[in-house]
Design a protein around this ligand. Structure first.
Ligand SMILES: Cc1cc2nc3c(=O)[nH]c(=O)nc-3n(C[C@H](O)[C@H](O)[C@H](O)COP(=O)(O)OP(=O)(O)OC[C@H]3O[C@@H](n4cnc5c(N)ncnc54)[C@H](O)[C@@H]3O)c2cc1C
Length: 469
């Protein structure tokens, strides 16, 4: 394999300069694995470029040597896309970090791809704006990773996925060519908008080195409530009615089904927020603005739903502490991997009209898997996106395959998607055909072949591995 050759290391080292190329025991463990839960595996070589030009030189060299490359951002990905395989060269964007510009007239922010999302959010806030991208991994994930996975998260219903927030990109192609369109304008129909192709391509088509984001006005007068519903149908009725009653104000609608709340509020866990155990708890937030009466309108609107019987109960945050407590129910999930038995995790979309059916099917079919099988379900339901974990104390690979068959079977029956926001990576690659037709996959292959004919960029992610694609 060319990647273990001293020639490659020497050429990379000579081209990039001292301290940016590592191999063997010098490669830190943080570059051995992403957050997908696959066993750690060291890359053969680690390169940490500081500039676009260095990324370009590195790719040109790897391409010439036919050396497979894995692109690494903050390593928080849940599909295994940044996880090294075989003897890959890892190109980490960690040293390409920083906000380059905030244009307060255009309302845009330009950042290097390795900048942590939290830093982007803080810089936008400091300049009086708001970043439309937010997710639980904000402290570690990078803006380049968010763009490459077309990340979703907590406020998609108002600001869209990463794609809707990106105005411009700089990308390095597999052969080292640099494509730059640091566009700041909402309108630019000068030919194909190639930038869109790279958003959500999971590092298989090019390396994102710079990102221009469109910023939003800061949401003001944010009101938070934790709401108890007797049924998913009631929650969706409230979601639709909120669109009408508080147009454009809703920013968060995060649902947690009763199995999720049972774990969160189980032995040693958090206090139950409601005396009864509702079918569904929803954390909702609305930006009510600075004008007087915003908070009252929010409360009155929810009060109306209570009177109508659409809501079983509701708690409204009176302080930042209350708001943080409400969020901790939603963020408790990050502890689940530690406290629950092993299992399989799914990030699926189901049309809203069939989501209640999907949860009912999960209940029946999980019970049929065995006496100890259990599941939890929660998610960004306003975007049709639920996260499902199916677990069993005796979990093993064969059981994992049965869990996949069950969940993806439901997805297929109800016309959903196997990946709502985390991407395909390596974990979901064998299932791509369940959500994309053969002609669609063939077009993906042709795009990959055109942009990366040597198949050096993230091979085996999204599309099957192979010498040629
Ligand atoms: C606690 C937690 C909460 C999460 N919540 C959400 C959520 O709500 N919504 C959501 O969508 N995701 C979520 N994720 C998943 C993950 O955070 C996102 O996929 C995120 O966008 C990945 O960013 P990253 O910088 O960590 O990328 P990495 O994990 O390093 O890489 C992810 C993929 O992008 C590629 N890549 C990374 N950087 C670049 C680049 N500069 N150019 C080209 N390709 C690149 C990698 O090769 C890989 O295929 C969560 C993860 C965790 C651990």
């Amino acid at each position: 394999m060319p990647t273990n050759s001293h020639t490659l290391i020497e050429e990379l080292d000579g081209s990039l300069g001292p301290g940016l190329v590592r191999s063997g025991a010098d490669i830190p463990q943080r570059n051995w694995q992403d957050a997908a839960g696959i066993d750690p595996h060291p890359p053969a070589i680690l390169v940490m470029p500081r500039s676009t030009e260095q990324v370009a030189r590195c790719l040109e060299i790897c391409n010439r040597h036919g050396a497979a490359v894995v692109v690494q951002g903050g390593m928080t990905g849940l599909a295994g896309g940044a996880h090294p395989q075989g003897r890959e060269v890892a190109i980490s964007l960690e040293r390409m970090s920083g906000i380059e510009e905030i244009d307060t007239i255009s309302g845009t922010l330009t950042a290097l791809a390795g900048t942590p999302l939290a830093e982007v959010q803080a810089a936008a806030a400091e300049a009086g704006f708001f970043c439309g991208i937010d997710l639980g991994a904000r402290g570690s994930c990078t803006i380049g990773g968010n763009v490459s996975t077309n990340a979703g998260g907590n406020q998609v219903l108002r600001y869209g996925m990463a794609r809707r927030n990106v105005l411009g990109l700089e990308v390095v192609l597999a052969d080292g060519r640099v494509l730059t369109s640091l566009n700041k304008m909402l309108k630019n129909n000068a030919g194909y908008d190639w930038t869109q192709l790279f958003i959500g391509s999971e590092g298989t088509l090019g390396i994102v080195t710079r990102v221009v984001l469109g910023l939003h006005p800061k949401p003001r007068g944010v009101q938070s409530a934790l709401c108890a519903f007797a049924s998913f149908e009631d929650a969706i009725t409230v979601l639709r009615r909120l669109d009408d009653a508080l147009p454009g104000r809703l920013i968060v609608f995060e649902a947690m089904w009763r199995e999720y709340m049972d774990v969160t509020c189980g032995p040693g866990g958090m206090a139950r927020p409601f005396t009864d155990e509702p079918e569904l708890v929803v954390l909702l937030e609305a930006a009510m603005g600075d004008a007087e009466g915003g908070a009252d309108l929010f409360e009155e609107t929810l009060g109306g739903f209570l009177e109508e019987g659409l809501l079983v109960d509701a708690l409204i945050a009176r302080s930042e502490n209350d708001r943080a407590r409400f969020w901790s129910y939603r963020e408790a999930v990050y502890e689940f991997r530690r406290i629950l038995p092993k299992g399989s995790h799914f990030d699926i979309s189901i049309p809203l009209s069939r989501l209640a059916e999907a949860v009912a099917m999960l209940r029946t079919r999980t019970a049929a898997l065995g006496p100890d099988a259990a599941f939890i379900v929660f998610g960004h339901v306003a975007d049709s996106n639920i996260h499902v974990s199916v677990r069993d104390p005796a979990y093993d690979a064969a059981m994992g395959a049965r869990f996949e068959e069950m969940v993806y079977g439901i997805v297929a029956e109800l016309g959903g998607s196997i990946s709502a926001e985390h991407g395909i990576g390596v974990l979901k690659r064998p299932h791509l055909g369940k959500s994309r037709s053969a002609p669609e996959i063939e077009v993906m292959r042709q795009i990959k072949q055109t942009l990366d004919p040597g198949n050096i960029l993230n091979p085996g992610r999204v599309l099957p591995r192979g010498e040629r694609v």
